[in-house]
Design a protein around this ligand. Structure first.
Ligand SMILES: Cc1cc2nc3c(=O)[nH]c(=O)nc-3n(C[C@H](O)[C@H](O)[C@H](O)COP(=O)(O)OP(=O)(O)OC[C@H]3O[C@@H](n4cnc5c(N)ncnc54)[C@H](O)[C@@H]3O)c2cc1C
Length: 469
């Protein structure tokens, strides 16, 4: 975007109290770098508005002056979506102060809340009411619900509740002319023409600034049982998946895989984690909620396994909530453990389950032909087809060579993903990271329609330019 004259920031900050904005370079600096430290932009001004009205006035003024805006939540984006570009005079609007719970409807199983609410705070609040919030993920202590909606977040319980999109009843957002779009009726049936909120969900800050949402809640769990299994054949994972789906269906709340390299990485950096099943090529973490009690659960599983002749699987069962949390750490500590190694090339993809083994096998051997002494970190919410396929350096890796092969490796992974009928972005979105892949793997018609939607929602291109497109 061409900015013709120097922006008049006074006209923007006039809308706010002194605590709701800063020009302080040190504070702004913290909001300019992404979580993975891959993208670093700059900005002269960051705003923390407290009301929807003031946010609406700010956007109106930005539209007048053609000032581009980066909407920002907890800044945990893994695709560089939440930070400003370099040298483009983007301003940042961080939503952390717009954080009121407007209404908790216990009987209607829904909550109306503002964008800046932190995911973990929402989970804790609703659990006090004996209710469950439908999404959870490793970044829950920092990410905001507005950011979750803007990325159509997935996470650990998609297998039970679906992506966040399936749980949104209504949305309020400030649009690019400063107008306030509000569709917050607390009703589940509302077939009245185009469902515009669906376009805002997953739009990564490019179509509007989400200010509030009405979201479904669910009954609380009385009991949670976690099984941690290891096995050597991918077929065993599919058998386990079929078995738990068939026997527990709605009670199944997570089904995650971890391969041996990922497991060894976590063990290397977290020596306090000592309880795990026998070593195997793959590990599976299964969470079943609301079964009748740990002992009967264990008997039930072992009995069924025996009858079904699911062999070559080693199992351990959690006995308490504390043990549940310890077993979950093997899964949740993978991304932080990756950061202790020199180089990690990450890919968040999804694949049809029946093609996943072939994909892993083909892709691994193609990459091994390029470079040796590397680690293949495979893990993910496999019940939702999600696979994180990351290449990690170790002590004996030739880092320079790995850096040189980085692009080639990523091309192999995405080309094979496409070939096996998968998606190059399962849950993290496009941001700045996957713009090229979007053009390469989506059809011309899809891109054309997406551009037309962007133009119609944001004709001046002030919302998060340089992201997605
Ligand atoms: C350790 C870790 C684990 C993670 N696990 C998962 C996972 O399991 N599943 C998953 O889906 N993601 C995961 N993520 C990615 C990330 O946490 C999610 O994308 C999250 O939803 C982003 O929320 P946020 O508030 O941090 O948004 P930000 O990172 O601040 O922003 C993300 C995008 O949304 C836009 N945005 C933010 N707020 C608004 C708003 N109010 N209105 C309009 N646009 C807005 C931004 O411009 C940006 O494009 C993980 C990240 C980390 C660091």
């Amino acid at each position: 975007m061409n900015i013709k004259s120097k922006p008049n920031f006074n006209k923007i900050t006039n809308q706010l109290t002194i605590k709701e904005y800063t020009f302080d370079k040190k504070i702004i600096h913290q909001h300019c770098e992404d979580w993975r430290k891959k993208y670093f932009g700059d900005s002269e001004l960051i705003l923390f508005p407290k009301t929807v009205k003031s946010l609406s006035n700010i956007v109106k003024e930005c539209a007048n002056q053609k000032i581009s805006i980066v909407p920002q939540g907890g800044n945990t984006s893994l695709v560089g979506g939440s930070v400003p570009r370099n040298g483009k005079s983007d301003i940042i609007i961080n939503l952390k102060n717009l954080n009121k719970i407007r209404y908790l409807d216990k009987f209607g199983f829904s909550i109306l809340l503002e964008s800046g609410c932190i995911l973990e705070d929402i989970q804790n609040l609703v659990s006090k009411e004996n209710l469950t919030f439908p999404i959870s993920m490793g970044s829950r202590g920092s990410c905001q619900i507005g950011g979750n909606i803007a990325t159509n977040a997935g996470g650990l319980n998609v297998i039970k509740y679906g992506l966040l999109r399936s749980n949104i009843i209504g949305i309020e957002a400030v649009m690019s002319d400063g107008g306030i779009y509000s569709d917050l009726k607390n009703i589940k049936k509302n077939n009245t023409g185009y469902d515009l909120k669906q376009l805002l969900i997953g739009s990564e800050g490019t179509l509007g600034i989400i200010t509030a949402a009405n979201i479904k809640l669910f009954p609380s769990y009385k009991d949670k049982n976690v099984i941690f299994a290891s096995c050597n054949k991918f077929k065993n994972i599919l058998d386990l998946y079929f078995f738990v789906q068939n026997n527990f269906s709605d009670l199944l709340t997570s089904f995650e895989i971890i391969n041996n390299d990922a497991m060894e990485l976590v063990k290397k950096y977290n020596k306090d984690l000592t309880k795990y099943p026998e070593r195997g090529r793959y590990y599976v973490l299964i969470e079943i909620s609301n079964f009748l009690g740990i002992d009967s659960f264990k008997d039930f599983i072992i009995d069924k396994f025996f009858n079904l002749k699911i062999t070559d699987v080693s199992l351990i069962f959690s006995k308490s909530e504390k043990e549940n949390q310890n077993l979950w750490k093997f899964r949740e500590l993978i991304p932080p453990s990756e950061t202790f190694e020199k180089l990690c090339i990450q890919h968040d993809i999804s694949l049809p389950l029946d093609k996943m083994e072939n994909f892993i096998h083909t892709t691994t051997s193609e990459i091994q032909n390029l470079i040796d002494n590397i680690y293949f970190i495979n893990f993910g919410h496999i019940g939702d087809n999600n696979l994180h396929f990351n290449i990690l350096s170790g002590e004996n890796t030739d880092i320079e060579k790995l850096n040189q092969k980085k692009k080639l490796i990523t091309d192999i992974i995405y080309n094979n993903t496409y070939r096996f009928g998968g998606s190059f972005s399962a849950e993290h979105g496009i941001g700045q990271l996957k713009k090229k892949e979007m053009i390469k793997y989506k059809t011309k018609e899809e891109i054309k329609l997406m551009r037309e939607i962007k133009k119609s929602f944001d004709p001046l291109n002030i919302f998060n330019p340089g992201k997605i497109f």
